[in-house]
Design a protein around this ligand. Structure first.
Ligand code: F6P
Length: 744
């Protein structure tokens, strides 16, 4: 209201100024004009009087006796004030009482010649007219008539008054009409502009904008087209994803919104040394490999379990630590778990229950009531930490993995406007397999608290949707891959995870493959001339390490030419060693290694080198560059990043990848030698094929694999997910606006 009044003042003030100015100029002009009109009238009247008196003035007899009486009678007229009669020589012969005694005829003639012909005499101002009278005998004299002007002044005062009243009334009326019209137009304009911003008449040609807003609509349309062009010029979603592009997506489409990551495994672990000093270590985790570059790009907060012996010593009083060490690009919030909690939630429910349940790797899942309790409590603990860390009511929360199936719904309850993206890093089984979980309903409900639920492959999405269909009463829209449950929508989509493609600067630092090979041969004392295959995994029964060793054994049985010419290096990072299943698995691997080495190796040159310790990124890269073959034989894997890292390391375009068809990666990497790891014969043959593959074929396959992994990198994984999140957030904002509008 105040705003519109101010706007109206902008119009009213100039209006008042103009009207006052007009009155100021118009009043004297009007005065002069009316005076001139009246002077003309009085001239005509004077002529009339002069004509009426002409006979008397030319008649000698009348002139002699009666002239004075005629003049005196004539000045009884209300308007005619005085009369003078001048002789042809200019002398005043007769005059009435008010005719000025000292006025000469010549002066009276001069005054009468003026446009307004006005002079002051006793009793007020008069209009003077001069009329030559001609008789039969020629010029008889001149008649000077003086008419009263006071009535003209009275009239002109009246006119002035009416003029001012007229201007004031007109001004008032104009101001009133203007205020009303301005008010109505302003309201119309504002609601028209709102409609435009909602896209009416802009995006829907059926509803053209009002004519006043048409130019604005045209400008807006043009601007939108510019933005659309700009958007189109951005590299398409399936090409050219980089940290910069992800950052620009976060800045533009997500408008710099807050990003919070939740995972069980932390990206850096501080370990306390015996001398009390701290060392930082990167865990062997595909999740960390994928999420860390994304986190660096978006500088958010990562919440994870502080599992290292030196973790508490490294945090501030809010349990925060800036990461990566020395670069401080994002912050880690560590959460502390008791031993029982870790045992129940992580080892128990997550890794003895959900892990074998989802991998279907023929290890029986174990479900304990107590583990479930811990799992629920720890999920709540992490959900509370998300709420505590959130600086806004609608952060983007990236929930990682099967450790947090219940957390999405828990966060949704506290932050209903949050965008929750849950990514399930492991496979999702079919409904029958999943059905054996006693808490299947709670798990599905928890996950459906997510805005977006991501899996590596379409196949896992399909399994999940079918599981929900089987166990919950939810509305499923297959066309859009959405599930509506409890009034909330969840988009179920596949986002194949990947690695960060090494930058040219990083690749330049790498030692050459030849150098890596020499170092490896020296370190492990591998006989010169041996061909080398490698496997890099956590010590996990899903990775198919045993099947791989069986294939190596079968290769040496089938192709004796490889005996004493072949070494297999298996890096196996210790993992979940507190679990009996994992300990037993490790023992099985050690037994198989010993058996093969006994059968085909020499004491100084074993065939299988089992390196059961953690290797850092740099050591693993050197191993990949030194190898002839990389074997990834998972029995079931969501994606598997080892195969992608191997390909990224081989900028010499050499080396062969043997890949399990049960790893999600097999769908993207058909140029690998794809095998069924359960089929020992097939895997042994693939290994033989790899070892004998001509360099040209290696190059051809490797070049194609490299271009796929380069393009389908981890920024694309995160970028596609975040772009979908941005789209859903925009949709949410628009629907909020529409709702607000319809309520108003
Ligand atoms: O594959 C699932 C996963 O969470 C990976 O993302 C990760 O590499 C692995 O398990 C690590 O497991 P943990 O954190 O138990 O060592």
């Amino acid at each position: 209201m105040l705003k519109t009044f101010r706007l109206q003042l902008r119009f009213l003030v100039p209006l008042v100024v103009i009207l006052t100015g007009t009155a100021y100029l118009a009043v004297p002009l009007m005065d002069r004009l009316t005076l001139r009109w009246f002077a003309r009238d009085l001239d005509m009247r004077g002529n009339l009087v002069a004509n009426a008196l002409a006979d008397s003035l030319t008649d000698a007899e009348t002139r002699g006796r009666k002239l004075q009486a005629i003049f005196d009678r004539a000045v009884q007229d209300e308007r005619l004030v005085a009369i003078g009669w001048c002789s042809p020589s200019g002398q005043v012969l007769r005059r009435t009482a008010r005719f000025p005694k000292d006025l000469e005829c010549s002066h009276a003639k001069e005054v009468a010649a003026d446009r307004v012909a006005t002079m002051n005499i006793e009793g007020g101002s008069v209009h003077v007219s001069f009329h030559p009278i001609v008789g039969e005998a020629g010029a008889a004299g001149d008649l000077v008539l003086m008419h009263d002007l006071s009535f003209i002044e009275r009239r002109s005062q009246d006119t002035r008054k009416y003029l001012i009243i007229l201007i004031a009334t007109l001004g008032g009326a104009i101001a009133l009409v203007t205020v009303i019209v301005a008010q109505l137009s302003w309201r119309g304009w504002v609601s028209g502009a709102h409609a435009l911003l909602r896209g009416e008449g802009l995006l829907k040609p059926m509803l053209p904008p009002s004519p006043e807003l048409a130019p604005l609509a045209a400008d807006l349309r043009e601007r939108l087209r510019d933005l659309e062009d700009e958007y189109r010029r951005m590299p398409r979603s399936d090409e050219g994803w980089s940290a910069e592009r992800l950052q620009s997506l976060l800045r533009t489409q997500l408008r710099g919104d807050e990003v919070i990551v939740v995972s069980n495994r932390e990206p850096y672990i501080h370990e306390k040394q015996q001398d009390g000093s701290l060392v930082v270590r990167r865990p062997a985790s595909g999740l960390v490999t994928a999420v860390e570059p994304v986190m660096r790009a978006c500088s958010g907060t990562w919440i994870a379990h502080g599992s290292g012996s030196g973790d508490r010593a490294a945090v501030d009083r809010h349990d925060h630590v800036p990461l990566p060490p020395g670069e401080d690009e994002y912050q880690l919030r560590r959460l502390w778990l008791t031993e029982e909690q870790e045992q129940g939630y992580y080892y128990g429910f997550a890794n003895e229950g959900l892990w074998p349940l989802c991998h279907v790797a023929h290890v029986r899942p174990v479900f304990r009531e107590q583990d479930w309790e811990h799992y629920r409590n720890v999920n709540q603990l992490f959900a509370d930490a998300v709420v505590a860390e959130a600086r806004s009511e609608d952060p983007v929360v990236l929930v990682q993995d099967y450790h947090f199936a219940l957390l999405p719904a828990m966060v949704r309850r506290k932050l209903p406007r949050a965008t929750i993206l849950t990514f399930w890093h492991i496979p999702w089984p079919n409904p029958e397999s999943f059905g054996i979980c006693p808490w299947r309903r709670e798990i599905l409900e928890g996950m459906l608290g997510s805005t977006i639920l991501g899996f590596h492959t379409r196949y896992h999405c399909k399994n999940f949707i079918e599981t929900v269909d089987r166990y919950l009463e939810a509305r499923i829209e297959h066309e859009h891959s959405t599930i509506t449950y409890g009034g909330e929508d969840t988009l179920v989509e596949s986002y194949p995870i990947s690695i960060e493609w090494p930058s040219p600067e990083e690749a330049r630092e790498w030692p050459s493959p030849g150098q890596c090979r020499t170092e490896l041969f020296e370190r492990l004392n591998i006989p010169a001339g041996h061909r080398v295959a490698v496997g890099v995994d956590r010590f996990d029964y899903t990775k198919g390490i045993l099947e791989r060793l069986n294939a190596v054994e079968r290769l040496l049985e089938k192709h004796p030419e490889w005996r004493d010419r072949f070494t297999f290096v298996q890096v196996a990072a210790p993992s979940r060693g507190a679990l009996e299943e994992y300990r037993a698995f490790r023992e099985r691997i050690e037994r198989a290694t010993a058996r093969i080495n006994e059968r085909f190796g020499r004491p100084d040159a074993p065939v299988v080198r089992l390196l059961a310790q953690h290797h850092d990124h740099d050591q693993v890269m050197r191993l990949y560059r030194a190898a002839d073959v990389c074997m990834v034989t998972s029995l079931h894997d969501g994606m598997n990043l080892v195969c992608k890292e191997f390909v990224a390391a081989r900028d010499d375009e050499r080396g062969v990848l043997v890949l399990s068809r049960f790893a999600g990666a097999a769908r993207e990497m058909p140029e690998a030698l794809v095998v069924n790891p359960y089929h020992v014969e097939e895997t042994a043959d693939a290994l033989h094929q790899a070892l004998t593959m001509p360099p040209a074929e290696q190059r051809e396959r490797m070049a194609s694999l490299r271009s796929t992994v380069h393009e389908y990198n981890v920024y694309r994984w995160a970028g596609r997910m975040l772009a979908d999140a941005a789209r859903l957030r925009l949709r949410q904002r628009v629907s909020d606006r529409v709702q607000r509008h319809s309520v108003a």
